[in-house]
Design a protein around this ligand. Structure first.
Ligand code: R5P
Length: 291
């Protein structure tokens, strides 16, 4: 029988413990001290020999600190086991997966190389921003979808006359999958973002949402700009309530408040990033994918 051991970095302790429980694997505590200058010092105890070590650490803000902690744990764990799986439920830098403007550094590719050279033999992510981002990893990889778990949550809400909405065309397939899981329809809005200023504009003209309860589904909420613009647009089209479902709730720059102020009734995210909105636990799907 394969033996697993789980070590979680500072960013994903609760999730790491949950995964360990699901796998009936020992959870190895990694004590982390962050010095006043921002450097991290990590210490962890003994790990049973011949275990596959699962290093769990999402790389949300402080992104680079959390990333370096993940690299440090992987590198140390590699000294006691030849099998290390890096479980990075929220993979930061995945939106920097290609050159959008000339001269831009494709940082996702650098992160992928760093995780491999630290000693990760396999990478497990949840709803990574794009397939292109995933392709930068030249090791076995698995991208788990949190959409079925999010959909289950909304199914329990028993909304009448619900419609799933993607705030952009890039998320149309995600919205389609979500809608099919809760037996309803979906639409995708047209959104554009200024690559220099980051400003978001909804370009769709008219959509038929009058009187409907809408579920806006996205992979990441960062500044909330996309969701706020989409909500304002949909409210003008006389929809009923707007709910939001996302896998990764970063919520930077007061995003949660801005979204609520735009009139969203409820925001639900997963625990890839621990937030008040993290009502959906994805430890089970991660554990299932590893067993
Ligand atoms: C964009 O393609 C992503 O799917 C998200 O819509 C985007 O990253 C959200 O960012 P923000 O909350 O800053 O608009």
């Amino acid at each position: 029988m394969v033996k697993f051991a789980v070590i979680a970095g500072n960013a994903s302790k609760d999730l790491g413990k949950r995964i360990a429980r699901k796998l009936k694997a020992p959870y190895v505590e990694a004590k982390t001290r962050v010095f006043p200058d921002g450097e991290s010092k990590i210490t962890f105890g003994r790990i049973q020999k011949n275990s596959i070590i699962l290093v769990v650490q999402s790389t949300y803000p402080p992104v680079d600190t959390n990333l370096l902690q993940a690299l440090s744990i992987i590198s140390q764990a590699r000294k006691v086991s030849s099998k290390i799986y890096a479980i990075i439920p929220y993979m930061g830098y995945a939106r920097q997966d290609r050159q959008f403007l000339s001269g831009e550094v494709v940082t996702m590719s650098i992160v992928a190389r760093m995780l491999k050279s630290a000693g990760a033999q396999k990478i497990v992510v949840v709803d990574i921003h794009s397939k292109i981002a995933l392709n930068h990893f030249k090791i076995p990889k698995e991208n788990i979808s949190a959409i079925p778990e999010l959909a289950k949550y909304f199914k329990r809400m028993k909304l009448k006359d619900a419609l799933v909405v993607s705030p952009d065309m890039g998320g149309a397939l995600r919205a389609k999958k979500f809608a099919s899981l809760i037996d309803t329809d979906f639409i995708a809005l047209k959104k554009s973002r200024n690559r220099n200023t980051g400003k978001v504009v909804i370009q769709s003209s008219k959509v038929d949402v009058r009187g409907k309860d809408l579920i806006l589904v996205d992979d990441i909420i960062s500044t909330g700009g996309s969701i706020v613009k989409a909500t304002q647009f949909l409210k003008k089209q006389k929809c009923k309530r707007v709910f939001v479902a996302c896998t990764h709730g970063l919520f930077v720059e007061g995003a949660e408040k801005k979204i609520k102020n735009a009139g969203v009734s409820r925001i639900i995210s997963t625990n890839t990033i621990p937030r008040n909105t993290s009502k959906v636990d994805i430890s089970g799907v991660i554990a299932d994918s590893i067993r």
